[in-house]
Design a protein around this ligand. Structure first.
Ligand SMILES: [Fe+2]
Length: 229
């Protein structure tokens, strides 16, 4: 299976702090049944100063170490694009970094509000042929009062990435409640990823994935790209 949301790149953001942690994380993901890992460093987030040369260097270091030390694991490069400072939809669309070579783009919303041009930007991405995947929508307080807009987004082909830790209650009762509510309302638009950061507080939990949700984890990037269609 593919894990579409991870912070395995070393020393880039709040994910793996160094190469040893990255390798440990990749090894654990592989042991838990993941064969393809999408590295999704934060991009354009106000919290992290992530720049292209840093991503390239971390990617080079990690891919060569994984090839040596974690047999059977394929790494792909994507990004978790933060949705803040939205002013120009076309500039937003042009700046999106895809998940691997797919049409999928992983979009992070602020936890506490929806930026003014969020929906215009997401629909512009859909019109441009992208397939947005909202990262951990269960965390977004702004989405909770926007059911009509969220329904229209899903109807237009937008996807929702629920976090495994939220669904199984590892992130507290509130995340469990909101993630399960989204899954109930939008079953064909939801897929599961780990958003794993490290080996401690935000470790992968694929060994705790209930059998009933196995079908919500894409097998490949191609399967994810056509999710629900
Ligand atoms: Fe993330």
């Amino acid at each position: 299976m593919i894990d579409l949301h991870t912070h395995v790149l070393p020393g880039i953001d709040d994910g793996a702090v160094d190469l040893a942690t990255s390798i440990g994380l990749c090894r654990l993901l592989r042991e838990q049944g993941v064969d393809t890992v999408m590295a999704t460093p934060h991009w354009r987030s106000p919290r992290f100063d992530v720049i292209e040369p840093g991503i390239s260097a971390a990617w080079t270091a990690l891919t060569s170490a994984v090839a040596r030390e974690v047999p059977g694991l394929t790494l792909l490069l994507g990004a978790e694009h933060h949705c803040s400072g939205l002013e120009d939809e076309q500039a937003f669309v042009a700046s999106l970094r895809p998940l691997g070579d797919s049409r999928l783009v992983l979009i992070e919303l602020p936890d506490d509000h929806l930026p003014a041009r969020t929906w215009a930007s997401l629909f512009a991405a859909i019109r441009a042929g992208k397939r947005p995947l909202i990262a951990h929508p269960e965390r977004s307080k702004g989405l909770r009062s926007q059911r009509e807009q969220l329904g229209a987004y899903v109807e237009a082909g937008g996807l929702l990435q629920l976090t495994l830790g939220s669904l199984i209650g590892a992130q507290g009762w509130s995340m469990r409640w909101h993630s399960r509510g989204l899954l109930k309302r939008y079953p064909t638009a939801c897929l599961i990823a780990s958003d794993s950061h490290n080996l401690v507080a935000r470790a992968p939990l694929w060994n705790r994935l209930p059998a009933v949700w196995q079908s919500l984890v894409p097998a490949t990037l191609v399967a994810a790209e056509d999710w629900g269609r």
